[in-house]
Design a protein around this ligand. Sequence first.
Ligand SMILES: [Zn+2]
Ligand SMILES: [Zn+2]
Length: 253
Amino acid sequence: MKITVLGSGTSQGVPVIACPCDVCASSDPFDKRLRSSVLIETATTTVVIDAGPDFRQQMLRAGVKKLDAILITHTHKDHIAGLDDVRSFNYLTGKAVVVYARPSDQLEIKQEFSYAFSENPYPGVPEFDLRNLSIDQIQIGDLTIQPVELKHMNLSVFGFRIGDFSYLTDVNFIPKDSMDILKGTQILIIDALRKKAHPSHFNLDQAIDVAQHLEVPQTYFTHISHLMGKHSAIEKELPKNINLAWDGLEIEL
Ligand SMILES: [Zn+2]
Ligand SMILES: [Zn+2]
């Protein structure tokens, strides 16, 4: 299994508006972050977690030519705004793109992209094959995927454990049952928004605590705001085996 970090950033502080801060003005490619998403590939199966506003650019940059499913963690715009661009995959395959989301998230997707679900859609609308996500394991090709319940302030969101890899974005609390599911994870990618506390995301110290509590051999942080500071500076402060993720990071597992 190969994991590629397609984006390790957040809508908070995306350097599209002329932000004068050190991070947004940085020429270091490690400080250039698209919205958080990961690509998971085996020889036969390709899955993406979330499709935010940068989805199209991320698919092009990673050269993704086939997509077996998109898993949706939750429906905040930085995680679903790019769903319209599945139409390229519809065109290539002649099929709807499989999207796994919890039933309440499916309702929100249907509202947000109502033109794709109308009785008489105009030609060329994106085509989705919505499937239910619950706490039950799902099988996509040769990938066995275990959804993991997380809290993003008051919102229930999903993380995912796939073999020895766990991906937990947009989270500030992990229930005990979910911690049990995560035990034994070898590679963890987890939300660490910034140093200062935040009501709906782990900050740096909280994310370090989770990684150390789970005794994960290698952890990467994601959903990183420009308020975190420069990659090169933060890397020096992190404990052993804990790093900031970066766009384009590839992990073989
Ligand atoms: Zn969110
Ligand atoms: Zn987010």
